[in-house]
Design a protein around this ligand. Sequence first.
Ligand code: AHM
Ligand code: MG
Length: 333
Amino acid sequence: MNKLITIERHFVEEQKLNPHATGELTDLLYDVAFAAKLVRREVVRAGLVDILGMAGTTNVQGEEVKKLDLFANEKIINAIGQHGRFAIMGSEENEGTIAPPKNETGKYVLLFDPLDGSSNIDVNVSVGTIFSIYRLTGDNPKKADINDCLQKGLQQVAAGYVIYGSSVVMVYSSGHGVHGFTYDPTIGEFLLSHENITTPKKGKYYSINEGSFHQLHDSTINYIDYLKEEDKETGRPYSTRYIGSLVADFHRNLLTGGIFVYPATKKHPNGKLRLMYEANPLAFICEQAGGRATNGRERILDIDPAELHQRTPLYIGSEDDVLIAEEFEQGKR
Ligand code: AHM
Ligand code: MG
């Protein structure tokens, strides 16, 4: 029988790879995994909202029923906040930064998107939580401020996501490869199921929202045309896969190979996705798995952020596929 390795055990083993580790990162990752379990509990009951009470109304216990993404945000802030194992946090759902409880503070910065793909919640399609962890830039946690959040993705010490799908899977990297854990609801644990994930150099899927065809620039249209052409040698045409939940689209492509593109469009000149909450953590995971992530011109992890909620175009996935997409984006093809 295979050894059963819980995610907590894995965090501890990874910590041993760093002789200077104090255990603080391990504790914070543990809190993130715990928060994910709380979010999962609600996500799997999402379909019951109609029976138990609509979002925005009062449920049978007399409590206000929250929209699931706001609920997830609150759960994560509370679950992680109660231990104060961070110096400052930022959430896609909060305008400004979030401070730890008084007298509690750690040395890490946590940025997260509590429930990404929210348009899919009501129709039973996969959604996800994405997170990103940085070290403080200075050594006084009491002085943590927005500048600690605005670091290049390159500075991430860990990142990951949880996909609430046909099974619930948490994928993370702390710089020693990418590992995936599947949740076993009968024992309430995430168990190691995907050790050392590497993404294929080239894939057969492309994920772009072609519904926005008339908003796309010619460079993107040319690229899509290229993917649809028949050519045995390069494995074309590619198949389309687009769920509309970044975590789900990314996770599939990570395992099977392929490319996800959310380009700059006429409607979204800077793309739609957020650099700090979506692009950076997934770029970190993707690179750790041997893939590539850029904005079409520049490596995502090299972008110097100016704002917490800044958007970026995103080309992410198998290295060969992203390289070709960049050539189109830059007018070289
Ligand atoms: P959200 O943060 O409001 O959920 O939006 C992010 C989502 C991503 O999960 C997904 O890749 C993208 O928006 C889909 O956008 P579109 O519907 O424009 O294709
Ligand atoms: Mg999002």
